[in-house]
Design a protein around this ligand. Sequence first.
Ligand code: ATP
Length: 225
Amino acid sequence: MLEVKNLSAWYGAAQALFDVSLHLGQGELLLLQGLNGAGKSTLLQSLIGLGPRVQGEVVLQHQPIAHLPAHARARLGLGFVPEDRRLFAELTVLENLLVAARPPASTAAASMAQVAGEKQQLDQVFALFPALKPMQKRRALEMSGGEQQMLSIARTLMTSPTVLLLDEPCEGIAPVLVESIVQALLQLKKQGMSLLVAEQNALLAAHADRVITLVAGQLGQHRTP
Ligand code: ATP
């Protein structure tokens, strides 16, 4: 699904990633670990096209994407859940979700298909995160950190990704909600989605197919949990 070959990244003259190569198969959950500053966020941002200056190959479903802008990569099925969630604080849960759905097409028939598609996508994200359903009219700023994280993941799912990258989705979240998030990610994996997750949480590590570790911008040991 996702193949990365010899990816290096620089902030100005400072190199943050050194020849990182990795493979993510369909339905695979790959966990990315590393100390603060090891380069985890830089790697995820480089893959989605929002990183610093990079060199190397990124191939999504056999298609080279390293030269494409972020919105084109997203359209090809690459989803990203950022560490800081980037929700629209003043908008409701439902509005945050609908804002991420594909823009309305111009013809009436296409618009109707769009509405039907959105309804189906909403049903899917509410099946995955049942806690969000009764909160549809709540503004994002009125939610707890864990609820916001669920909304952030749900919003990215509204873009129908096939490969999902998540930056520390369990960080600073109440254990009961961490459990919900981990279960949702495992459900997505079961549905065939490929997941690359930067995360230190032990619960997620226990369910990962493989764990890779970044050390000062270089991939260290690989292990199967
Ligand atoms: P954390 O767990 O703290 O988020 P991380 O593993 O995600 O850490 P990065 O944030 O990718 O690590 O940082 C990797 C290196 O790149 C660090 O040395 C960091 O100081 C540097 N870096 C990150 N962002 C920038 C930036 N915008 N400008 C310059 N250097 C940066």
